[in-house]
Design a protein around this ligand. Sequence first.
Ligand SMILES: *Cc1c(COP(=O)(O)O)cnc(C)c1O
Length: 364
Amino acid sequence: MPANVTSDIQTDVINVNPVEHSRLPGVDLNNPGFGRLFADHMFSMEYKDGQWQNPAIVPFDKLEFMPSLTALHYGQSIFEGMKAFRTDDGTINIFRPEKHHERLNKSCRRLCIPEIDQDLFMEALQTLVKLDRDWVPEKKGNALYIRPLVFGTDTHISVSEAETYRFLIMTSPVGAYYKEGINPVRLMTSSNYVRSAQGGAGNVKTAGNYAASLLPAKKAKEQGFTQVLWLDAKEHKYIEEVGTMNIFFKIDDRLITPPLEGTILGGITRDSVIQLALEWDVDVDERHITIDELFEASGKGSLQEAFGTGTAAVISPVGRINHNGSEIILDENQIGPFAQRLYNELTGIQYGEVEDRHNWIYSV
Ligand SMILES: *Cc1c(COP(=O)(O)O)cnc(C)c1O
């Protein structure tokens, strides 16, 4: 690692144990791929005897656990995903970290995992990103993806909430989601599977939600679609979300997105998009919308745009939607003007090119 990095990074609270040799010289940050490459360090903290303890930054490396690790058997595991961006003057901008912390704790509460203090979370994040700041790619569109993870670490196989946990933050330089321009995604509804039901855990970021979505996603891919557009579990007619992204439609100049009523993950990109649209005097309806209404709007020519929102892709235009064999074809080649405007504004704020009027940026 660069010689100048360690000295100013020690904190009172967090023990910093830097790597002897950075792996960075062997890495091409212009082509990092997505989520397979990890920076030199990670933050790690344990929960035992009723409290979080031993916060430390250590080399990103293997962990050792017993085969009876509770998280592996019963899925007490939650995570977050956010990004840090390098601006032209070298500042590193993290997008809405307090909001991600708030959601992390919401996920923790749902799975009986002890919550994590906000000040400690922010200090861990800042110290880690500062230490690995050279891993934040320079190229526009690329970023440092930040993955906090919490899981139960008891070593018994009786079903109960664990008494011990591990909290990690790892970071991964990632490329732009779209290599050549923005390619609209193709979505299909699923008639056999649901992602989430009222009272379940669909509104928090748990590992189990993703595990259960892999088979339906695989089947959608086999039929030529990018992802599943989930419908509600009860009546199977209301549009919910995409499972990695929230969904928006522009119909008759109004922006429509399903409401957060317990089965949909409250995306932070979703929240940002709603705020921007309202500021631009676009009417936003957080309301139920059926798949039939969407097909009707498309038939009448009033469906103007459809796009997904999420940290990974920011804005992801939808080119095609298949439901029981019928299809809505939007624009399969390019992003719509409103989605493009949102994309420009959000990435502009993230890369420090557009004024951060909302205090969304946390600079390190
Ligand atoms: C993370 C996630 C999203 C997107 O949330 P962002 O905060 O915008 O990244 C949407 N749906 C699900 C199920 C998710 O896990």
